[in-house]
Design a protein around this ligand. Sequence first.
Ligand code: SF4
Ligand code: SF4
Length: 133
Amino acid sequence: MKFSMLPQVFTQMFKKPFTNKFPAKYIPSSTTKFLENVGSGKVEIIPPIETPDGFRGKIVYDKDKCIGCKLCIKVCPSDAIEFKPEEKKVKFYLARCVFCAQCNDICPVKCLSMSNEFLLADTDKYSKDLIVE
Ligand code: SF4
Ligand code: SF4
């Protein structure tokens, strides 16, 4: 280690961490027990820190404004958007989305935006929380 780094190392040692102890300060070895305690109110979940400006979370789709132009599908790098020909609307599979927001930028009628929602973990990649339509 270079000695010139030492002041920085010592400064960091006394700074508060940027992360918080979300969802709880201590999680017991049994997650099921933990969730039961949360459900019964014995344990309180520590809220996550606020997301910064420009955060790219779960896509919000204003379906009524969509004109079905398919431009979002063309720019999506992860093939996460499907066209629904019967409705002339689109469907987003968030399990494939990389949250790049290119679909938002290209949409000519601005019917897409990125929310602050990031708690999207799921065991089922087709769960209703991971599909936006
Ligand atoms: S945010 Fe990026 S990856 Fe996700 S649907 Fe839009 S273009 Fe595709
Ligand atoms: S770019 Fe916008 S208007 Fe065009 S299909 Fe996608 S969401 Fe709809």
